[in-house]
Structure formats: C-alpha cells, structure tokens
Design a protein around this ligand. Sequence first.
Ligand SMILES: NC(=O)c1ccc[n+]([C@@H]2O[C@H](COP(=O)([O-])OP(=O)(O)OC[C@H]3O[C@@H](n4cnc5c(N)ncnc54)[C@H](OP(=O)(O)O)[C@@H]3O)[C@@H](O)[C@H]2O)c1
Length: 298
Amino acid sequence: VEPPGRGLLNGGPVRILVTGAEGQVGSELSALLAGHDVVALGRHDLDLTAPTLVDDVVDLTPDVVVNCAAVNDVDGVEADDRPARAVNADAPGRLGEACGRLGAHLIHLSTDYVFAGDKAGPYDEDDTPAPLSAYGRSKLAGEAAVMAGPGTWTVVRTAIVFGRRGRGLVETILDRARAGQPLRMAGDLRISPTYALDLAGVLVHMAADRVTGLYHVANAGSCTPYELALEVVDAAGLDDAAVERVGIADLARPAPRPPNSALVSARLPTTGIAPLRHYRDAVRELVPELAARTAQGS
Ligand SMILES: NC(=O)c1ccc[n+]([C@@H]2O[C@H](COP(=O)([O-])OP(=O)(O)OC[C@H]3O[C@@H](n4cnc5c(N)ncnc54)[C@H](OP(=O)(O)O)[C@@H]3O)[C@@H](O)[C@H]2O)c1
C-alpha cells in the first residue's frame, strides 16, 4: 500500500527536518518519509532546549521543519512546568526563527488541551482557547510563538494520540487489560482519539504543499475514555469485566482535564487533504497488530 502523500513530494527536492522523531507522531512521520530527503532527529540528536538550537537547525538546511517534539506528561507538568515551558513554549519560537532565516516552512503540533472544555460540541479552529492546565498553557504559548515568527507556518492541533510506540491511551488500555489489571476509566470526558499514523499522513501532505494556517487534525468521532476502553478490549477479544466507569474526579489527577476536548477538522477540507477516518476504524486496525506483537513478546 502506498503511504499517504508519498507521491506528493516528487515535485522537487525538499529537505524535511522532523524533530521529536522517536515519539509517536515523529516516528510514523519519519517512516512515511523514508526514501525522501528527510532528517529525522530524536531528542539525543537534536535537543530543543540546546542554546545552539537555531544555528543547529540552520546548519541542517531544511526546507520544511515538522516539530513533533513535546513534553506531554500533563500531570508532571502541573507539578513542574519548567521542562514544558522550555520545549513546548520557548523552543517553537526558536524553530520559527531558524525557519525565518532559511526561508523554510514550520509545521508545529499543538493540542486539544488548549481548550477549557465547556463547549457543547467539538471545538473548531475559530473557538477561543482557554487552557486549564500548565501543559495546555505551555502549548498555547508555543502556538503563539510560531504564529508570531518571521516565516510561514502551520499549527496543527491534535488530540489524545495513540499509535505503535506504546505510550498512548490505546496501548495503555490494552496492556492493562492483557495483564488483568483493573481499568478505571473516566466516563465524563469527551475526547477525539487520534491515530499517530493517520495524523502523520496529513503532515506529509501539509509539508509537501506548505499549507499555511491553523488546523485541527483528529480522527473523526468522539467518545469517553471509558467507551474507548470498551472498544479496545472488544477489538482485542478480551473480557470487558475489568473496565469500570468512574468520574475524572475519582481519579484524582493533579492536572485538570477539559470535560470536552473533542476536535473537529473544520478547515482541513479547504486544503484538499482528506479528513481522517473514524477513530474506531483506526482502533480496530491497530489493536490486533499491537496484540499480535505483544503475544510474540517483541
Ligand atoms: N500524546 C497525546 O495524547 C497528544 C495529544 C494532543 C497533542 N499532542 C501533541 O502532538 C505532538 C506529538 O506528540 P506525541 O504523542 O508524538 O508525543 P511523544 O510520543 O511523547 O513524542 C514527543 C517526543 O519529543 C521528545 N522530546 C522531549 N523533550 C525534547 C527535547 N528537549 N528535545 C527534543 N525532543 C524532545 C520526546 O523524547 P523523550 O521520550 O526522550 O522525552 C519524545 O520522543 C506534540 O506536540 C504533542 O504536544 C499529543
């Protein structure tokens, strides 16, 4: 199967720098771009907090930078927001500065957690952010820094990312269910689970076309974490008895969560890029793959 957007980059030489290339989204994006002029760097090869960041990026001479690096530990950031401020808020502005020097285009990822969560329906790009958590505030500051930068940019807000890297909500649910551990899942939060591979496909198109502006990119549909857990367990053919519906307050998380952070990709259709499939279809595709891999012990 031809990866999404692969043919799009054949219009001319384009060097794409992927930061945070070992994360959920960065690793899928780097894999989709294999065979193109891609420089995919994880934290150890390109640390976004390095004082030399701007010069380091300029030396790599990218035409497009896709910033997939972030500090995503929402509860950890609530206790100490310094790493998040450095990576999520300050570094994006410095990437923008480097892109401005090069005439390169910057694609930056942000989050549904920039919203307060009191809207009745899913959030579109015209809605006003009002983050509840320190993580959300750091990401909103990063968006603003990118938008204020000297070059062209795309800001892509996504949500509740899951994938094959073993860090997202779907993998966590699956691991716990397979281990026979209880799953106390919030039934009072509305979320838009998003498959890293599907998002990466859109990023390839955006890099190829240098699409500009702010976009929401999430899989279609929304659910509660409780409903997601039932779907994951069902897709894995496991017993759902361990899945318990609780309220988010019962989980006593340090950082507040928006009650509703579902996103709708209202602007994406204007770019000609196809919106993402329903999250349920992505879950049904991924879970058997993860389960088979775990069964093989790899
Ligand atoms: N995950 C979600 O549920 C979610 C939801 C909404 C939006 N987003 C956004 O989507 C984007 C991609 O998220 P993801 O799920 O792919 O996250 P991820 O799997 O946590 O990947 C982020 C990567 O950034 C790296 N990183 C951290 N600090 C760095 C630094 N100082 N320099 C360079 N790299 C650094 C991390 O490395 P280490 O592992 O070594 O720390 C990790 O590999 C982020 O902008 C995130 O805010 C994610």
